[in-house]
Design a protein around this ligand. Structure first.
Ligand SMILES: *Cc1c(COP(=O)(O)O)cnc(C)c1O
Ligand code: SF4
Length: 353
């Protein structure tokens, strides 16, 4: 797909226009992401009509795959674990009992526009609804960001809430994908957060360094590498091949800038639900400076039932990781239960004294 021309709008004469900022390379890469599932299949040498119900599913949640992620898929393999995360399929249009539109209860926990306070000591800021990839299993595919995100850069209410709650130690930027925002806005937000004395940490949940490694440029490293707050990045990589070049270099640069890197994977049927893949995910990540954090059971969002791995199987996989890997490479097995003050850990072993 050709890159869309970037429109530069100018202020009318007489007002003081802000100095125009050049469009960063990552934004151009994002603008030229693949948005047509037929093109995605063709580019991998697969028949464009191979997947029943693909177009219908695409209409519900539009396909989006950046070139650099496509380059890490295996041509000719319709079961490629990276392709399966991004390719719409007919199963997404099937209703399944228990799979609903807001499985994690985000709608019930909004304390200010764009601010979710459901965990102790930390708040989520919903920064943008945009993402670099549209993951088919996503629990937020139906969340209406337009209704809940604050107007452009209007963080006043959210920041006032945080400033008024001494017990909040950590702000978590979430989305969508917070790194879909430009660095000028992010750096400004980080600065304003650093001005709130009781905050200690700024955490960013993002898939961008892995999906679109171009995103990790000098401007991002500039503000992440400084400031009073400790910066933590929780990556969402599900398969070891997602850490392949060029993502490996992006992660090394983040680690070198002093960002603590953690990974939270979702257990996904047909993608990473085997012990070899999961063990390799932890080892490959650690090699690049990424520590395992959570291995998450799928949130039961409508249209995602075909990705679910049973709790029984999840526990067995966890036990196998525990038997194979050093303790620091074993992620916590968790699931989200609406109304709970944190994630619920799945006990993988029978109770024993
Ligand atoms: C679980 C979760 C959090 C917060 O929970 P922690 O236990 O503090 O990590 C924030 N963002 C996302 C996307 C999560 O899944
Ligand atoms: S919020 Fe995360 S999981 Fe969902 S589509 Fe965006 S990048 Fe993918």
């Amino acid at each position: 797909m050709p890159t869309k021309p970037v429109m530069i709008t100018r202020e009318p004469r007489g007002t003081q226009p802000p100095a125009p900022r050049p469009t960063p390379a990552w934004q151009q890469a994002l603008a030229s992401a693949i948005r047509d599932p037929e093109i995605l299949l063709r580019r991998l040498g697969l028949a464009p009509d191979a997947v029943p119900g693909m177009q219908e599913a695409d209409r519900l949640f539009r396909t989006r795959v950046p070139e650099s992620y496509l380059a890490r898929m295996q041509p000719g393999d319709p079961r490629d674990p990276l392709l399966l995360q991004a390719l719409p399929r007919g199963e997404e249009t099937h209703e399944q009992p228990g799979f609903v539109s807001d499985p994690v209860g985000d709608h019930d926990a909004l304390a200010a526009p764009g601010l979710v306070h459901k965990y102790h000591g930390r708040v989520l800021l919903l920064t943008t609804g945009a993402c670099a990839i549209h993951c088919r299993y996503c629990f937020r595919r139906e969340f209406d960001y337009a209704d809940h995100s604050p107007a452009r850069d209007d963080w006043d209410a959210a920041l006032a809430y945080i400033a008024g709650h001494q017990e909040i130690r950590e702000v978590i930027l979430s989305g969508g994908d917070p790194l879909a925002l430009g660095d000028h806005r992010l750096a400004r937000l980080a600065e304003r957060l650093a001005d709130i004395p009781h905050l200690q940490r700024l955490r960013i949940h993002t898939r961008l360094p892995v999906i679109l490694p171009e995103r990790v440029d000098a401007a991002l490293l500039g503000w992440l590498g400084q400031g009073r707050l400790q910066h933590i990045m929780v990556l969402h990589a599900n398969h070891p091949r997602e850490f392949a070049a060029p993502a490996d270099q992006a992660l090394r640069r983040l680690a070198a800038a002093g960002v603590t890197l953690l990974n939270q994977a979702v257990l996904l049927a047909g993608i990473n639900d085997d012990a070899d893949t999961l063990a390799e995910l932890q080892e490959t990540g650690f090699h690049l400076g990424v520590l395992p954090y959570y291995l998450h059971q799928l949130d039961r969002t409508r249209g995602t039932a075909h990705f679910e791995v049973s709790a029984h199987r999840a526990r067995a996989l966890y036990r196998e990781l525990h038997a194979r890997l050093p303790g620091y490479l074993v992620p916590r097995l968790a699931r989200e239960i609406p109304g709970e003050p944190g994630k619920t850990l799945l006990a993988p072993f029978p109770a024993r004294e």
